[in-house]
Design a protein around this ligand. Structure first.
Ligand SMILES: [Fe+2]
Ligand SMILES: [Fe+2]
Length: 234
């Protein structure tokens, strides 16, 4: 994927942003921002959707312009709450949209001769979906509420972000395994366009999950550690 070299600004039209990098359509989906924004600016669309514009611009630039923004410094200047909200709505997006969409296509792409392999692939996919569900449910039900309570100074739980850091694993590795199996061992004879579409979706999902894990591991965890330190020094 080519690097986009315009740093996105709040006065730009949302449609120009998408024109510059169509993969940002998926960022809109992850944030539940609907299409149909006409000629409105990024700022207006964000305000109408009650999402912090600077956080949106960070996520858009992080996705499209990583090489030309200072990711850590930009993240430091932003409020944490909208970004936690983004992570949580991304979980719903993966579990309710992305993964079911891939499964639906996997049901259609195998020829009769490959039924045995199809069952193995669907079983692998369902196990993977369960793992992703448990991973994300833990973050939604344990980690994020802990961070909110820490920020609100109402934290009573004997929890620490170190616990999360230690148990937090990457969830994109198995996506890669599935991609390799489909690409190398399933014939495209039944519907090669559909198989290419599935592989493209797996590549995109892997990139999305990598970026998601990076935000959790390299941006959110260090920020929460600092808040914990401030609290203990009070
Ligand atoms: Fe997550
Ligand atoms: Fe995670």
């Amino acid at each position: 994927m080519q690097n986009v070299t315009i740093i996105f600004k709040k006065t730009m039209k949302m449609s120009d942003l998408i024109d510059a990098d169509y993969r940002l359509l998926y960022l809109l989906s992850r944030l539940n921002i609907s299409l149909g924004f006409g000629e409105k600016s990024v700022d207006t669309v964000c305000k109408e959707n009650d999402f912090d514009t600077n956080c949106f611009l960070f996520l858009a630039n992080f996705q499209s312009n990583k090489s030309i923004i200072d990711v850590e410094a930009t993240f430091e200047s932003l409020p944490l709450r909208p970004l936690l909200r983004y992570l949580k709505s991304s979980h719903s997006y993966f579990l309710e949209k992305r993964l079911p969409n891939i499964r639906r296509k996997l049901e259609l792409v195998f020829s009769d001769a490959d039924r045995g392999l199809q069952q193995a692939v669907l079983d692998f996919f369902d196990n993977y979906t369960n793992e992703v569900y448990e991973h994300m449910q833990y973050e939604d039900e344990v980690v994020f509420p802990y961070v909110y309570s820490l920020m609100e100074e109402s934290c009573k739980e004997p929890y620490s972000i170190n616990i999360f850091e230690e148990r937090h694993n990457d969830i994109e590795g198995k996506m890669n395994d599935l991609k390799q199996i489909l690409m190398k061992y399933v014939s495209g004879s039944k519907d090669q366009m559909l198989m290419v579409n599935i592989l493209t979706e797996l590549y995109m999902s892997e990139e999305e999950l990598e970026a998601h894990t990076f935000i959790e591991d390299s941006l959110v965890i260090p920020r929460v550690k600092r808040i914990e330190k401030e609290r203990t020094q009070k």
